[in-house]
Ligand binder design. Sequence first.
Ligand SMILES: NC(=O)c1ccc[n+]([C@@H]2O[C@H](COP(=O)([O-])OP(=O)(O)OC[C@H]3O[C@@H](n4cnc5c(N)ncnc54)[C@H](OP(=O)(O)O)[C@@H]3O)[C@@H](O)[C@H]2O)c1
Length: 358
Amino acid sequence: MSLTQFRALGRSGLVVSPLCLGTMTFGPGDWGVDEAGSRQIFDAYRDAGGNFVDTADIYSGGVSEELVGKFLADTGSRDEIVLATKFGFNGSRSPLAADQDRAGNPHAGGAGSKNIRRALDASLRRLRTDYIDLYWMHIWDGVTPIDEIVQTLGDLVRAGKIRHYALSDMPAWVAMKAATIAAERRVPGPIAMQVEYSLVARDIEAEHVPAAREGGMGIMPWSPLAGGFLTGKYQRDTPRDGGRLSGANPFGDSKFTDRNWEILAVLRTVAHEQGCTPAQAALAWVMGRRGVTSTLIGARTVSQLQGNLAAADIRLTDDQQDHLDRISAPTPGFSASLTGPMIRRMVFGGHDVTGWAD
Ligand SMILES: NC(=O)c1ccc[n+]([C@@H]2O[C@H](COP(=O)([O-])OP(=O)(O)OC[C@H]3O[C@@H](n4cnc5c(N)ncnc54)[C@H](OP(=O)(O)O)[C@@H]3O)[C@@H](O)[C@H]2O)c1
């Protein structure tokens, strides 16, 4: 599988590479890359044949979008690149500790119509374009009715300002409701879900994966390397100095659990057998999961990017896949137990009946 083995995202005609360039690292910030480094990463991804670039209004306070807009303009590649960005998080609060008591503008975030339209116009300016190919709700705000979200985003599709929209970081029922409202009202619906998914984060399998299938949405995993943990560059009993998961970071210590070290140990074995890096094996695993259309990769350097892009050519054997599946299997909860083979046998008089979605 190369980056030019394009596939349609969800139930749509939007044709994308199996690995999508995430640009959360573009711009200043603790884990960021300066303009020259970001440009090299962007160019290397395009040189490898990739056509799918993901940013967000909030990344590096808007600088990520500005850099992507500049690189698209400089390379004249707007038409060939599928450009994705996001709205939802509030950028109106100052990052300065001294200002933290001052509340920001509630209309600079969320999924209400007022903010979506404001955020989109600002993103279009920073990205130097007049349309977005894939517009993501970055996070559900827990307040805006799903009807309003579908109405606003569907209207923006019809107005030609966005080609498609999709949903990130939301309960599965929210995505399913959006898809259902859209289908019933014959308005454009969401075509993808962007969710955390990796060998150490498999929660989405219980509800999101079946909902994505039922609703015609492709799955795009984010943090497929768990922020770098699955590269194997952190050692269990050694202080972490350097790398995103060192020092203050949004994940804190959450990736460094006994269970995750066990998963990493099996991943190392599989990678050794394959003659690849743990990062490549981890990416190959997630790319092969049910429902996954395109996987987001983040990189701080060109060599990280190039190493990770090579995962597109790795085929895990059935045994390797099985070994990784078993060691990382999530503890089955109520939702998973409802869809297992045991229930079907109880329902169908002992028969292993299969359905259209199996
Ligand atoms: N929708 C959402 O809420 C959401 C959330 C997070 C991310 N995203 C998207 O998903 C993209 C990818 O997420 P992510 O950056 O968290 O992915 P990730 O692949 O889990 O982590 C990437 C980080 O791991 C390290 N790394 C990557 N490859 C490496 C290698 N071969 N060797 C050593 N270290 C390596 C680098 O950090 P260091 O070198 O600094 O350690 C790199 O920045 C983002 O760019 C963004 O577009 C979306």
